[in-house]
Ligand binder design. Structure first.
Ligand code: FES
Length: 243
């Protein structure tokens, strides 16, 4: 039995419930199926490709729609309910239409202590909207995000999942001004930020989303290790039963 799932937004994510098409038109399905086949061959079991396929669907629609869920299910021999269960577990899969630039402000403990809430308030005032909303021109969606494991650079702002470290209300507003002016900002760690849908294609493993921002860890990340070495500290040996 096929069920058309209609997902609502998270409590902190106002907006219309996901609806629209419950199946892609044939030509869209065919195009996406060819790309999905490329992704699926990378995994020993087809169902392991669900996360990148959800990013592929998100690249198509800008968020996870009923049609995207049905598409992933059909490609992986899963039920719509199984796909929806995964899509609603991970916050990177959006349930409402997303702007070209998804600006996330971390308000978890360390970022909050370091000014994350002040940054979020400042951007809400600057944009004239609340977290979860999108600007009328579809350029920016603002949201607050949970810890993204960048606490050593708190407070952080993420734009389409690229890090902007050690932000202040002022630098975050400058970032917003840059995006509004039609520029694509450079993340702190070197990557040129691309649009939300292009980012989703990169996460699906399909597109070049700009050069990698990887590289060596920064000084803040290595601070604990440096102190441990200065103090002559080392990890206890691993016993055979643990090894
Ligand atoms: S608390 Fe903000 S990145 Fe960890």
């Amino acid at each position: 039995m096929s069920i058309d799932l209609v997902l609502g937004p998270r409590p902190d994510e106002p907006g219309p419930p996901i609806g629209g098409l419950t199946r892609y038109p044939a030509e869209v399905e065919q195009r996406l199926a060819a790309e999905a086949a490329t992704i699926i061959t990378r995994y020993p079991q087809a169902r392991s490709a669900l996360l990148p396929l959800l990013h592929l669907a998100q690249a198509e629609d800008g968020y996870i729609t009923s049609a995207g869920i049905a598409f992933c299910a059909s490609q992986l021999d899963l039920t719509d309910a199984e796909v929806a269960a995964v899509a609603t577990f991970y916050s990177m899969y959006r349930r409402t239409p997303t702007g070209e630039y998804l600006v996330g402000v971390c308000t978890n403990t360390l970022c909050a202590v370091m000014g994350g809430d002040a940054i979020l308030n400042s951007l809400e005032n600057e944009l004239g909207l609340h977290a979860g909303d999108t600007t009328a021109d579809g350029r920016i969606t603002l949201e607050h995000i949970e810890c993204n494991a960048a606490c050593d650079y708190a407070p952080v702002v993420m734009v389409n999942w690229e890090f902007f470290d050690n932000q202040t209300p002022s630098t975050a507003r400058q970032l917003i001004d840059q995006i509004r002016a039609g520029e694509s900002p450079h993340a702190t760690r070197g990557t040129q930020v691309c649009g939300f849908r292009d980012t989703a294609r990169t996460l699906a493993g399909l597109a070049k989303g700009g050069e990698s921002g990887g590289g060596a860890p920064g000084q803040a990340t290595l601070a604990g290790l440096r102190v441990a070495r200065e103090l002559g500290m080392s990890a206890p040996p691993v016993s055979e039963s643990e090894g």
